[in-house]
Design a protein around this ligand. Structure first.
Ligand code: CXF
Ligand code: ZN
Length: 363
């Protein structure tokens, strides 16, 4: 039986979201309906609200959450109503070349939830299920591959952050780059992803964890998450400072979390020979960045892309839980503030101003 719920609907770009009565359908085969406890606000959601990324309007956004299993579709055997779970936008079919090769973040099998309507407004008109979750709502419908169970030791608000920000930042360091003990690591940009890259570099045993941003408040946060050196790129020459810290050699790894050509160019100037630039942040549209061809060839630098931290959810989540229980991964500290759904527009405005690591909606 379809359920009635409140949801935050984006009807027009650059306009406040509208809290509406929405009908959501039952889960179909392989799907899970989650009664949401919490859902994060990610910069990628805000980019859609601002019209910088387009979805078919009206749309419900939100793509990292946690809650309770409300109902499961046919064939879902490892989850039952009442289970505490976290959900991610990382969806994978389990059968394609990429999934069977251990690269589920690159799964390219279309899913019915990508295109089918499961949400209807009060007039019976369809609403798009955005960001593979439509998480800013009292219930969310996802594929079972997007769901992991949460132990009682972890609050659902905390678990909600794992699905995008944590897997993307931590995964880039641990999975994509596989940073070695003793490395010199630079993180350019200290939003939700950058802060998680900083703490993952610390967990991985990096010698230098050099955090770079334009805002002192973000640099202070990075220090609390394990950065050993802070560079305000507005005041300091970041390239020179990285060289100074690394015996004039340059960094082993630079993680570029901001989608900017300038940051990518700078990353090459900061690298040592055979160092690695990891590109995480997306540039607007399909902008290209110039590659320093001679340097790439002559100094053997490497360029890696990282999408959702090259994560395998069922491997990563239990690891994160254990690191969290050992107090080596800080998750509670990522939460800047919690808001009820009715105040989602205030919460988004704070994120837009760059004042939050993570704001979350609680239900
Ligand atoms: C993004 C990456 C680009 C597509 C939307 C989701 N990842 C996390 O926010
Ligand atoms: Zn996100």
């Amino acid at each position: 039986m379809p359920r009635q719920m409140k949801a935050a609907v984006l009807r027009e770009y650059n306009q406040p979201l509208v809290i509406e009565d929405v009908t959501i359908e039952d889960p179909k085969a392989g799907e899970v309906l989650i009664r949401q406890a919490a859902c994060g606000i990610c910069h990628s959601d805000v980019n859609v609200v601002l019209g910088q990324e387009k979805w078919n309007l009206p749309v419900i956004l939100g793509h990292e959450s946690a809650g309770y299993v409300e109902a499961v579709g046919a064939g879902v055997t490892h989850l039952k109503p009442g289970d505490r779970v976290a959900a991610s936008l990382l969806r994978s079919c389990g059968r394609c070349f990429y999934c069977t090769s251990g690269m589920p973040s690159l799964c390219d099998t279309p899913h019915p939830l990508d295109s089918e309507t499961r949400h209807y407004d009060a007039n019976g008109k369809p609403i798009t299920l955005g960001m593979r979750m439509a998480g800013w709502a009292e219930y969310a419908l996802v594929d079972q591959s997007q769901v992991v169970t949460v132990p009682d030791s972890m609050a659902l608000e905390t678990a909600a952050l794992v699905g995008c920000g944590v897997i993307t930042g931590v995964g880039a360091v641990i999975n994509t780059a596989q940073v070695e003990v003793g490395s010199s690591v630079v993180v350019l940009g200290l939003g939700g992803v950058g802060i998680n890259a900083v703490q993952a570099a610390r967990v991985a045993g990096a010698r230098h964890v050099i955090a770079v941003d334009l805002l002192d408040t973000k640099l202070e946060t990075a220090q609390a998450f394990g950065a050993t050196h802070l560079i305000n790129a507005g005041r300091e020459n970041a390239v020179q400072t990285v060289k100074d810290i690394t015996n004039g050699r340059g960094a082993d790894y630079v993680f570029v979390t901001v989608g900017s050509q300038r940051a990518i160019s700078q990353s090459f100037e900061m690298l040592r020979k055979r160092g690695t630039t990891v590109i995480i942040g997306l540039t607007p549209n399909d902008e290209a960045a110039a590659l320093p061809v001679r340097q790439v060839a002559l100094t053997e630098v490497r360029v890696l892309g990282s999408f959702l931290g090259s994560t395998r959810l069922n491997v990563a989540f239990p690891q994160f839980v254990e690191l969290y229980e050992q107090k080596r991964l800080k998750l509670d500290e990522l939460i800047t503030a919690t808001y009820p759904l009715e105040q989602i527009n205030e919460a988004i405005a704070v994120v837009e101003r760059g004042e939050a690591v993570r704001n979350i909606i609680v239900f």
